[in-house]
Design a protein around this ligand. Structure first.
Ligand code: 13P
Length: 256
């Protein structure tokens, strides 16, 4: 069964809800039905924009999947300032990014936290996009594969059975995020192939089902080469997803 590519726009802490509505409308204008037939497209606005973006998607029957950037691992409780996965599910969120390297580095999330979040997202009938990736120092000291393997095993530890088949993993080398430096398509392919083998060692039948995105300075000029790689099933896009035209050109990479 062919894996349907997933192109995701992670807006990070950008755009208020008015700006978010403008972007989703512009993006919808740039894309055609055949684009959505070829790839799934998810947008991940900040929490405060989700309801507005959801309303526009529903009202105009846009074919975007709605995504979030993070959530808590508990469904409710005394966690001041946190957002529950159940609240996201109620907003028709389909995909939730968990364990983004910015969460890991700036907010102290470790693999155990990421594992709990990933399981909680599945528990609320959504799909986690679990992020992994090595730092430049780790790559230069030849530790990239082992670091990423440890992250994959640790972050998937609470996902059981056939849920693993539905999972999305994003390989985002930390040194490529927001720097303009992209991993070469060959390096990205090698790591995504390694990740697929790790997943297969956890559950053999998931090998060909789990989708693996590449993220880190994905642009219209490099997406085609990356997407041509056999183990890369999509892109997690930061900066270039904030501009409708560039994100649309990434989504329809096949037309490039
Ligand atoms: P950039 O595309 O801006 O490098 O960000 C990548 C990223 O972190 C997506 O989650």
């Amino acid at each position: 069964m062919a894996r349907i590519p997933l192109i995701s726009g992670n807006w990070k802490m950008n755009l208020n809800h008015f700006e978010a509505i403008q972007l989703i409308q512009k993006l919808s204008y740039e894309l055609r039905n055949h684009d959505y037939d070829a790839v799934e497209v998810s947008v991940h606005p900040p929490y405060t924009d989700l309801r507005s973006v959801q309303t526009v998607i529903d009202a105009d029957r846009m074919r975007f999947q709605l995504g979030a950037q993070n959530c808590h691992s508990e469904v409710s409780g005394a966690f001041t300032g946190e957002i529950s996965p159940a609240m996201l599910a109620k907003l028709n969120v389909d995909y939730v990014i968990v364990g983004h390297s910015e969460r890991r580095a700036l907010f102290g999330e470790n693999d155990a936290v990421v594992a709990a979040k990933a399981a909680a997202v599945f528990g609320c009938e959504m799909t986690p996009i679990v992020c992994v990736g090595e730092t430049l120092e780790e790559r230069e000291s030849d530790q990239a594969e082992s670091v990423v393997e440890t992250q994959v095993r640790g972050s998937l530890a609470s996902i059981s059975g056939d849920k693993l088949d539905e999972l999305v993993i994003a390989y985002e080398p930390v040194w490529a995020i927001g720097t303009g430096m992209t991993a070469s398509a060959q390096d990205a392919q090698e790591m995504c192939s390694h990740i697929r083998k790790v997943v297969a060692s956890i559950r053999a039948t998931s090998r060909n089902l789990v989708r693996i995105q590449y993220g880190g300075s994905v642009k219209p000029s490099n997406v085609t080469e990356l997407m041509a790689m056999s183990d890369i099933d999509g892109a997690l896009v930061g900066g270039a997803s904030l501009e409708a035209e560039s994100f649309a050109r990434i989504v329809n990479f096949k037309d490039a």
